[in-house]
Write a protein that binds this ligand. Structure first.
Ligand SMILES: O=C(O)C1=C[C@@H](OP(=O)(O)O)[C@@H](O)[C@H](O)C1
Ligand SMILES: C=C(OP(=O)(O)O)C(=O)O
Length: 432
């Protein structure tokens, strides 16, 4: 479905964007390994997280839904049952990679596949270390592309350096490590999102973390996990779209309620402030082990271009497309490097952003691992392709708000993958 977004007068009001996708996935995957029933409030109901619910049901887990609350009937660390068909991971990298870590230590055979986009995404980053743990995994292209099969085996602990600082890879190895003999260690050069470690600690897992030159997680063979009650905060990656809108549309003032501000996730907001944006954390508080805030964002006419480097990327990895949109409205150059991971997301996000920015009249240079945007630029408007990637669809909808002739987005309905209510929420905060 195509959508058109055109210039508005301003963005005003308050909004509670949908719940965090990363925490919602984990609130099903990890609690399904607990002994007993866990309750998850404000579970995100979107394409990717509903894929996780479906997959874990097929693995024998009872999951009850009652409005925004779900109950997961955990069956223990090795309590899953053999699925009687191929598991469909849809569009979700997180479901796939974390579930590979789960299945490697179960005593049965399973096969997983996904949509066209997911079947192109690299899985060797997870299957290789799992094979080093003694996992029995095979698949297309030497076990690196879906479809992938897993025959459960007795795993052994490893030490692994997570060069790409991928939270999905780290999580898969930690999960497998709980079902492995001996100790498993994951180190990373830059700390990636830590929701798996936090939730497992909360569940009583034998897991420790240390922070020094490198960030290190150590996990031992787990006997059992305790069920938990979680309340999922609003997703900073979804809030980023509306924060971007309020920053670039003249006269705007918007409060984004109850947003997760975990430092491994709020890089986008910190970088907005560095650009000179008016972004304030209000009412900072803790919610089931995570920090949240109401984020007040106002129109910011004096944005300056800044640098985004490799070390900055993990805490804003999914926000870079919408960050590039904001950069078009900043004075001077914004240079994004160290972001080659964007090439292996739902689409090649570097190529998608560069092509779409050019289509609407922006001067942008593509780099192997990022891009250079020269601002401040007039946005003529025109036609862009989402490449069926939710983040691209939403980022360019936001750019439409400051365009002269409007921006038409191809396949914009893919926003449902992380944010089904995106276009209704946009309607609710615009003044024409
Ligand atoms: O662990 C997670 O929940 C995620 C980790 C990130 O991917 P990588 O682990 O590939 O960096 C991110 O891009 C993705 O949207 C969600
Ligand atoms: C990259 C993303 O998700 P996943 O890897 O789970 O498909 C995303 O949501 O931007």
């Amino acid at each position: 479905m195509e959508k058109e977004v055109s210039r508005v007068k301003r963005i005003v009001g308050e909004l509670r964007v949908p719940s965090d996708k990363s925490i919602s996935h984990r609130s099903v995957i990890l609690t399904s390994m607990a002994d007993g029933i866990s309750t998850v409030k404000n579970f995100l109901k979107a394409g990717d997280t509903l894929t996780t619910v479906n997959v874990y049901r097929k693995l024998g887990i009872k999951i009850e839904e009652n409005g925004g609350v779900i109950k997961v009937h955990g069956k223990g660390l090795k309590g899953f049952t053999e699925p009687d068909d191929i598991l469909d991971m849809g569009n979700s990298g997180t479901t796939t990679r974390l579930t590979l870590g789960v299945l490697a230590g179960q005593e049965f055979f399973s096969v997983m596949t996904g949509d066209e986009s997911l079947r192109r995404r690299p899985m060797g980053r997870v299957t290789q270390p799992l094979k080093n743990m003694n996992a029995d995994i095979d698949g297309r292209n030497d076990g690196t592309l879906l479809p992938i099969s897993v025959r459960g085996s007795q795993l052994k602990g490893i030490s692994f350096f997570n060069q790409k600082a991928s939270a999905q890879v780290k999580s898969a190895i930690i999960i497998a490590g709980m079902n492995a003999e001996g100790e498993t260690t994951v180190e990373e050069p830059f700390k990636s999102r830590d929701h798996t470690e936090k939730m497992l600690q909360f569940m009583g897992a034998p897991i420790t973390v240390s922070e020094g030159d490198v960030y290190r997680v150590t996990v031992k063979t787990a006997e059992k996990l305790n069920p938990i009650d979680v309340e999922v905060p609003a997703d900073p990656s979804s809030a980023a779209f509306f924060a971007a809108a309020a920053v670039i549309v003249p006269g705007s003032s918007l409060i984004l309620k109850e947003v997760l501000i975990n430092p491994t996730r709020d890089g986008f907001f910190r970088k907005l402030k560095e650009m000179g944006a008016d972004v304030k954390y209000e009412n900072v508080r803790e919610k089931t082990g995570e920090m949240v805030a109401d984020i007040h964002v106002r129109y910011s006419p004096d944005l300056r271009g800044i640098k985004i480097e490799k070390k900055d990327v993990p805490s804003m990895v999914d926000e870079i497309p919408v960050f590039a949109v904001v950069a078009t409205q900043a004075e001077g150059e914004t240079v994004i490097t160290g972001a080659s991971e964007l090439r292996v997301k739902e689409s090649d996000r570097i190529k998608a952003v560069v092509k779409n920015l050019r289509n609407v009249g922006v001067d942008v240079e593509e780099l192997e691992d990022g891009m250079i945007i020269r601002g401040k630029q007039r946005i003529k408007g025109g036609y862009v392709d989402s490449y069926k990637d939710h983040r691209i669809a939403m980022a360019f909808s936001i750019l439409g708000l400051v365009s002269e002739s409007g921006i038409k987005i191809k396949d914009a309905d893919c926003a449902y993958i992380s944010y089904p209510e995106f276009f209704e929420h946009l309607q609710s905060v615009v003044e024409r």
